[in-house]
Design a binder for this molecule. Structure first.
Ligand SMILES: Nc1ncnc2c1ncn2[C@@H]1O[C@H](COP(=O)(O)OP(=O)(O)O)[C@@H](O)[C@H]1O
Ligand SMILES: [Mg+2]
Length: 225
């Protein structure tokens, strides 16, 4: 049974840099549901990362509302917003955002530490998650000692280790060869079938075969749903 896990209601995001004002996302409404894999497509600069960051509670909207698991983010403090993100959202950033001085294991354990788990428990669970992604043997390597594909698997492990209902991935397949791409997409598909809402940003039309729904963006707007 599909359930709405996150929703944008007429959300708008404006960036002001000096005297330039950029509408990165114009009034946009969309929702993501459990058990679905949504593909978010569109040219570079069309607002895909902005939309994903709003859904993922990484940024606040300039106007409109964002709802995650029946909580509106408007009016939440930074601390409350982080809490909501930690509980419900897994985010795989376009550039992975791994913490450079940390090992793969400690990167994956980090959200669990933020949740208040002991170092020992956090590392135990992080190792299990790395094992699932076939990365246990690289657990003591730091990000700069890993390939693009390996960094990506660590980033996915870190997003999944808290078992979030919503998984948001910003161009996760960009640095992958075709074989690894299929493997990653199969895994993401499986997670959606198990009940998560999975959103994948991509440029790659080959990924459409994995999608339950394709959302296209142009110039800060969703042009279909
Ligand atoms: N932090 C920021 N400050 C200023 N402009 C930004 C910022 N982030 C994104 N933008 C601008 O907003 C628009 C949409 O960006 P983005 O959401 O990153 O698009 P996409 O992910 O589709 O390439 C672009 O014009 C981009 O330059
Ligand atoms: Mg982007």
């Amino acid at each position: 049974m599909a359930e709405v896990l996150a929703r944008l209601e007429q959300a708008k995001k404006v960036y002001q840099t000096g005297d330039t004002r950029i509408v990165a996302l114009d009034h946009t409404s969309m929702e993501v549901r459990s058990h679905e894999l949504v593909l978010l497509e569109g040219p570079s600069g069309s607002g895909k990362t902005t939309l994903l960051s709003l859904l993922g509670c990484v940024i606040y909207p300039t106007e409109g509302k964002v709802m995650v698991r029946s909580t509106y983010t408007t009016g939440l403090t930074d601390r409350q917003l982080s809490r909501l993100r930690l509980q419900h959202i897994g985010f795989v950033f376009q550039n992975f955002n791994l913490i450079a001085p940390f090992t793969a294991l400690d990167n994956v354990a980090f959200p669990l530490r933020l949740m208040g788990k002991s170092g020992r428990q956090a590392r135990r669970e992080a190792l299990q998650q790395l094992e699932k992604l076939g990365m246990a043997d690289r657990r003591f390597n730091r990000p700069r000692e890993l390939s693009g594909g390996q960094k990506q698997r660590v980033a996915i492990a870190r997003a999944l280790v808290t078992n979030p209902g919503i998984l948001l991935c910003d161009e996760p397949t960009a640095s992958l060869d075709h074989g690894s791409l299929e493997k990653v997409m199969e895994e993401l598909k499986m997670l959606s079938q198990e009940g998560k809402a999975v959103v994948v940003v991509t440029h790659d039309p080959r990924l459409e075969s994995y999608a339950d729904r394709v959302v296209s963006m142009e110039d800060g707007r969703v042009v279909n749903t």
